[in-house]
Ligand binder design. Structure first.
Ligand code: UD1
Ligand code: CA
Length: 457
């Protein structure tokens, strides 16, 4: 097999996005568009990946990091000019160049694979990915001759009415024989409606030079949708979302209402887990088997075990082990680890804390910067007083401790194993193992304090 290198065009400003952010950094399916493309061309078997950056190059470069090589196109003079910027980097290399756009994020790994295979099998000089669109407006049209052979690609702004009536479009994704590509690109001019150096002209030039040009039609035109506006961004999001949900359902996840369930492409969900409406799963979230998630749960970068039940919860950058009952109305903030069989519910916030197995945090508490042991019972309204106005301090609660309702644990403080805290206590000193600590004003009853004539008998 020939060498395969991917080139991702991502230098354009994306004028129609009306954004300060370079177009390819806009998110779809939870990650920047350029990331979706990069991931899929890598998975399809390309050996090197090169991204052409221009507008907002620093931001794109920073995002891509060392996951791809970078070429800068100082001025955005067209897609042909963009490709040419990679020529010196690829000097001495031959084989297949897979050229794709950073703004077509829906093309699957499989389609890239098939396009590469088609190019190899037909021994073509170039192979174009095409799609038949219900509304081809804005795309380049694939013009074929009477035998069905590709003759050229014509851009929307340059096409005749007959050409524009064609519904088969250029997806902006191609395989090229590298040597022939450079030869042709040097002869591309900007004599067209947009005054740009069009990569698409290479196709017509190859045909005119008697070279073989193949076309590979995408199975689903939706894969080739380009994102040029916020409207198309939302359309792309919808396609990726639907695709992800269908994959999850195929793999054994129940989704009660797919129209109201949002799962990033990066998330994984185990079998027999049920997603209720209003579930939003983002980032690197991993959910185990047999969980019930939702209604109304948002999880971002959460690692979850099996058999957990969550409802009306927002959790981010944290871990929840197995068999927990969470919600309603819980906020888990970063660096929280919830052990096995933990119950957290009814208006609770937990931040940067480790909660041991079998512990109960049932109502209306704030647990921050704390190490809570296993088998602990945290009474309603308990607050860890973790902030002294300048610094945060830790609270340590031993195994099987019982913290009475409405207690303040002023950190740094340590509550021993099996210790009891009387309700309403403000604990400022460590409590030994197995001790009872009561730290509240003693109750005083003043008999007959209300005079008989102050109320009606
Ligand atoms: C392009 C194709 C069109 C195809 C469509 C598919 C050309 C001339 N036209 O049109 O046939 O149907 O894609 O979506 O190629 N870019 C650069 N540098 C530049 C110009 C563009 O890197 O100087 C990048 C953009 O960032 C973008 C991609 O190339 O990722 C495509 O550019 P865009 O301007 O969106 O081209 P289209 O008009 O969509
Ligand atoms: Ca485009």
């Amino acid at each position: 097999m020939k060498d395969m290198i991917a080139l991702i065009l991502a230098a354009g400003k994306g004028t129609r996005m009306k954004s300060k952010l370079p177009k390819v950094l806009h998110h779809v399916g939870g990650v920047p568009m350029v990331e979706q493309v990069l991931r899929n061309v890598k998975a399809a078997g390309t050996r090197r990946q090169i991204v052409v950056v221009g507008f907002g190059s620093e931001a794109v470069r920073e995002y891509v990091g060392d996951r791809a090589e970078i070429v800068v196109q100082e001025q955005q003079l067209g897609t042909g000019h963009a490709v040419l910027q990679a020529e010196s980097l690829l000097a001495g290399t031959s084989g297949t160049l897979l050229v794709t756009c950073g703004d077509t994020p829906l093309v699957t790994e499989e389609t890239f694979r098939k396009l590469l295979a088609c190019h190899e099998e037909t021994q073509a000089a170039a192979t174009v990915l095409t799609a038949v669109m219900p509304d081809p407006t804005g795309y380049g049209r694939v013009i074929r001759d009477a035998d069905g052979q590709v003759v050229k690609i014509v851009e929307q702004k340059d096409g005749s009415p007959d050409e524009l009536a064609v519904r088969e479009v250029n997806a902006g994704i191609y395989c090229f024989d590298m040597d022939l590509l450079w030869q042709m690109l040097h002869n591309v001019t900007n004599q067209n409606a947009q005054g740009e150096y069009y990569l698409t002209d290479v196709i017509g030039m190859l045909v005119a030079a008697g070279k073989r040009v193949s076309a590979f039609a995408a199975a689903d035109y939706k894969e080739t949708l380009g994102v040029n506006s916020r409207l198309q961004l939302a359309e792309a999001e919808q396609v990726l979302r639907r695709r992800k949900l269908e994959q999850l359902m195929t793999d054994g996840v129940t989704i009660i209402d797919p129209a109201n369930t949002y799962v990033h492409t990066t998330v994984s969900v185990g079998r027999d887990t049920v997603l209720y409406p209003g579930t939003i799963l983002e980032g690197t979230t991993v959910i185990g088997e047999n969980c019930q998630i939702g209604p109304y749960v948002r999880m971002t970068n959460v690692r979850m075990g099996n058999d957990d039940h969550l409802q009306f919860t927002y959790a981010h950058d944290c871990e929840i082990k197995n068999g927990c009952e969470i919600g309603p109305f819980v906020h888990f903030r970063p660096d929280t680890v919830i052990g096995n069989g933990v119950k957290v519910g009814n208006y609770m916030e937990v931040k940067n804390s480790v909660v041991g197995d079998g512990t109960k945090l049932p109502h209306l508490s704030y647990i921050g910067d704390s190490d809570v042991g296993s088998g602990v019972n945290i009474g309603c309204g308990t607050i860890t007083v973790n902030f002294d106005g300048r610094k945060k301090h830790r609270t340590v609660i031993g195994d099987h401790a019982f913290v009475g309702c409405n207690s303040n644990l002023v950190s740094p403080v340590h509550i021993g194993d099996y210790a009891y805290i009387g309700a309403g206590s403000t604990i400022t000193k460590d409590v030994p193992d197995k001790a009872l600590s009561v730290a509240r004003a003693k109750q005083r009853n003043i008999e007959g304090w209300v005079k008989d004539d102050t109320y009606k008998k």
